[in-house]
Write a protein that binds this ligand. Structure first.
Ligand code: GLV
Ligand code: MN
Ligand code: MN
Length: 414
C-alpha cells in the first residue's frame, strides 16, 4: 500500500473561490457563473489556470485549439502519460464546481505530489479542455475532440449567436484553427485518463457518500429543430385555419418526454424560440433544441429515430416544414475496469467509503475513451443540483475527491 499524501485543503478551496469570481456578477447566488467558451470571462479563467499551473511548478503549454496542458515530468520520458483534468468553461448561469473541481483538484493533487518530492516514473499531465459545455456554438467537447482526432472542419464553421464562427473565435483568442490536427495525441502516448467531477445528481447524497466511482457514461445526441410555417393574425385566423409552429413544437416536446420515458433514457428541450414573437401573432417559426441520452447506444438510436419520426408526423399533420439538424452525437462509454478497481482500492486505502454508479452527464472523458483507458471519480453534489447557480459541493467532499485523485494518479504513474 502507498503511504498517504495530503493535499493542501485551504489552497484548493481558495483556488475554487478565486476562479468562481471570474464570470460571476455581484450576485453569484442568483446569477451563478457564466464563462461561455472563448468569451472574455473564459479567457480570464484560462489565464488563471495557466498561472496556477506555473505556480505549481508544472511545464505549461497550450495546444492548437486552446487545451491548457500542465505537465509534471516523470523519471522515464518514454513512459506513456497519465492524464487528468476537466474544463473551466460553463453553461449560462452555471455553478461553481462543474468542471472547475476536476481542473483545480488535479492541479492541487499534482502540486502536492511535486511538493512531497515523490518521484514518479510516468509524467502526469493536467488538462483544462477547451469548450466542454458547447453552449456558445451548440456542440461541445471541442478540446477533447481535437485531442482524439474527432474535430472536423464542419465544427469549426459553426457560428455563435453573433455569427462568429468557431474558427474566428479561436483565432481571436490567439490560436491558429487551421492547425487543429496538430492537437491530436497518439493512443500509445497516453496510459490513462482520470477525471474528477461533481456528480450533478443525488445518488451519492442519498447514500451518504462523499465520493463515487463511475462505471459508465451516457452519450448525448443534440439536434436543433426548426419548424417553418408562416405568421398570421391572432384575431382574424380561426383555429382550424392555423399553421401554428409553436403548437407543433409543444406536441414534439411531449413526444420527447414520452419516448425518453419509454426507453428509460432522458430527453430535454432546453432552448426554444418562436418567431416573430408577438402577443397577437400566430408563430410562423419555432426553433428548439433536443438533448437525448442513454447509456445503451442501440436504445438511444431508437429514441432518436422515434423522435425524428414524430417531428415529421406532427409537421405533416399541421402543414409545417421541419428542418432537423444534428449538432452533436457522442457514443456512451464504459469506464476501464482496471481504473474502476484502482479507484475503489484508492478509496479503501484512504478510508473513504464509496460506491459504483453510472454517470448521466457528458464529459470530455467520453472522447478520451477513444484513445485511452478512462475512469471517473464523482464527488457529492448538494441536492443533486447542477447547471444552476445553486450547484454546491462541500469543501470536505472536494478534499476527499482530490485525495482519491492524488492516490490514483500516484498508482497509475509509479
Ligand atoms: C455537460 O455538462 C452535459 O452533460 O451536457
Ligand atoms: Mn456541465
Ligand atoms: Mn462538466
Amino acid at each position: 500500500m502507498l503511504a498517504i499524501n495530503q493535499i493542501n485543503q485551504q489552497r484548493l478551496w481558495k483556488t475554487i473561490k478565486e476562479l468562481s469570481e471570474i464570470g460571476s456578477g455581484t450576485n453569484i447566488a442568483e446569477e451563478g457563473v457564466t464563462r461561455l467558451s472563448l468569451s472574455l470571462e473564459d479567457l480570464e479563467a484560462r489565464h488563471y489556470v495557466i498561472s496556477l499551473m506555473e505556480e505549481a511548478g508544472l511545464d505549461v503549454r497550450v495546444d492548437e485549439v486552446g487545451n491548457i496542458i500542465g505537465k509534471l515530468e516523470g523519471t522515464d520520458p518514454n513512459a506513456p502519460i497519465v492524464m487528468t483534468g476537466s474544463h473551466v468553461d460553463t453553461v449560462l448561469q452555471g455553478g461553481v464546481f462543474d468542471g472547475t473541481l476536476g481542473v483545480l483538484g488535479a492541479i492541487e493533487a499534482v502540486r502536492s505530489i511535486k511538493e512531497s518530492g515523490i518521484q514518479l516514473t510516468h509524467s502526469i499531465e493536467v488538462v483544462s479542455f477547451t469548450d466542454e459545455e458547447g453552449t456558445r456554438f451548440g456542440t461541445g467537447y471541442i478540446g477533447s475532440k481535437a485531442m482524439t482526432g474527432y474535430l472536423d472542419e464542419a465544427t469549426l464553421s459553426l457560428t455563435d449567436a453573433n455569427g462568429i464562427t468557431y474558427a474566428e473565435a479561436l483565432h481571436q483568442a490567439g490560436f491558429d484553427p487551421t492547425l487543429y490536427k496538430q492537437a491530436i495525441r497518439k493512443p500509445e502516448e497516453i496510459k490513462a485518463y482520470v477525471e474528477m467531477h461533481i456528480e450533478q445528481g443525488k445518488v451519492l447524497e442519498e447514500n451518504e457518500l462523499a465520493v463515487g466511482v463511475v462505471t459508465n457514461i451516457q452519450g448525448p445526441v443534440w439536434v436543433e429543430v426548426t419548424l417553418n410555417s408562416h405568421p398570421d393574425h391572432a384575431g382574424a385566423t380561426p383555429m382550424n385555419m392555423r399553421r401554428d409552429a409553436s403548437l407543433a413544437m409543444a406536441e414534439v416536446m411531449l413526444e420527447v418526454e414520452r419516448i425518453a420515458t419509454k426507453y428509460q433514457g432522458v430527453g430535454t428541450v432546453g432552448k426554444l424560440k418562436v418567431e416573430p414573437g408577438g402577443v397577437n401573432i400566430i408563430p410562423g417559426k419555432a426553433i428548439f433544441s433536443i438533448d437525448l441520452r442513454h447509456g445503451d447506444i442501440e436504445l438511444r438510436t431508437k429514441m432518436v429515430n422515434e423522435v425524428t419520426a414524430s417531428i415529421e408526423e406532427i409537421s405533416k399533420k399541421r402543414l409545417i416544414e421541419p428542418v432537423i439538424e444534428l449538432k452533436k452525437s457522442v457514443d456512451p462509454a464504459v469506464c476501464s475496469s482496471t481504473i474502476v478497481d484502482l479507484l475503489e482500492e484508492s478509496c479503501k486505502e484512504l478510508d473513504i467509503p464509496t460506491m459504483k454508479l453510472p454517470c448521466g452527464a457528458g464529459h470530455d472523458s467520453l472522447m478520451m475513451t477513444k484513445i485511452t483507458e478512462m475512469g471517473m471519480i464523482f464527488v457529492r453534489s448538494k441536492d443533486g443540483i447542477s447547471h444552476n447557480p445553486k450547484e454546491w459541493t462541500e469543501k470536505e467532499d472536494c478534499v476527499k475527491g482530490t485525495h482519491v485523485l492524488l492516490q490514483a494518479l500516484r498508482k497509475l504513474a509509479k
